[in-house]
Design a binder for this molecule. Structure first.
Ligand code: SIN
Ligand code: FE2
Length: 207
C-alpha cells in the first residue's frame, strides 16, 4: 500500500512535482557512504573542460563524461571497479515516491551524486542518456539551497526557477522527462555534515 505524501506536492510544470522536505537524513548518510567509497571528482566534458560540480555514482550503472562523450558505464573509470551498490533505502525511497507521483514500477539502476561547492553550477541540459524515457528521474537535494532552472523541450523555450532546499525531492517524468534543466547557482548556507556544499542525487533507470 502506498503512503500518502507527508507534504502536499507542488506541480512545477506538467510532469514535474516538487515534494518539499520529503527526503530524510538517512538518505544523505547513504549518499555520503557512497562518496567515501567512490570519491567525487570533476569529470571532463566532451569539449575538454572540467565540469563545475564534482560527481560520483552508485548502482549498476554510473553516468560518466570524458573526451568520448556522455554515457553510462558499469565501472568507475578512476578505480576500474564497479560503482558502489545502490543503497537499499535510496532505491526503496525513489520507487515509493515515484509511484506516489504517478510512475509505478520505477526500479532505478543508476544514481548520479553531484557535489556543488559555492560558486559552482550545472548548465542547462536534458537527461537523455537513458534507454527508456517512460521512466522518471527522482532528484534529492541536501545541504545548501540552490536555484534550479526549469526550461522546456527546446533549448530556447522560456524557463522558470525554483529554489531547492535541504530534503526537497523533485520527480520528473512523462511530459517533463526531457525538459531542459540546470542549476544557476548555490546559495550561501551551512549544513552540519556538508558545510557550504550542496549534494544532489538523481536516481534513474538507465539500462
Ligand atoms: C542534474 O540535473 O544532474 C542535477 C540537478 C540538480 O543538481 O538539482
Ligand atoms: Fe539533469
Amino acid at each position: 500500500m502506498l503512503l500518502p505524501f507527508a507534504v502536499a506536492p507542488i506541480a512545477l510544470i506538467p510532469g514535474m512535482l516538487l515534494l518539499p522536505g520529503a527526503a530524510a537524513d538517512d538518505l544523505l548518510d547513504a549518499a555520503l557512504g557512497v562518496a567515501a567509497l567512490a570519491p567525487p571528482r570533476r569529470m571532463m566534458t566532451p569539449m575538454g573542460k572540467p565540469m563545475s560540480a564534482a560527481v560520483t555514482n552508485c548502482g549498476e550503472l554510473g553516468w560518466v563524461s570524458d573526451a568520448a562523450g556522455y554515457r553510462y558505464a558499469a565501472l568507475d573509470p578512476e578505480s576500474g571497479l564497479p560503482w558502489p551498490a545502490l543503497p537499499e533505502n535510496l532505491a526503496d525511497f525513489a520507487a515509493r515516491i515515484a509511484a506516489e507521483a504517478g510512475f509505478p514500477g520505477f526500479a532505478p539502476d543508476a544514481c548520479l551524486v553531484n557535489f556543488y561547492e559555492p560558486g559552482t553550477k550545472m548548465g542547462q541540459h536534458q537527461d537523455r542518456d537513458e534507454r527508456d524515457f517512460s521512466q522518471p528521474i527522482v532528484s534529492l537535494s541536501f545541504g545548501t539551497s540552490a536555484v534550479f532552472r526549469i526550461g522546456g523541450l527546446k533549448r530556447r523555450d522560456p524557463s522558470t526557477t525554483v529554489t531547492l532546499h535541504h530534503g526537497d525531492v523533485v520527480v520528473f517524468g512523462g511530459p517533463a522527462r526531457r525538459v531542459h534543466h540546470g542549476i544557476d547557482r548555490i546559495l550561501p548556507g551551512h549544513h552540519e555534515q556538508l558545510g557550504a556544499k550542496r549534494l544532489n542525487l538523481t536516481l534513474r533507470k538507465a539500462g
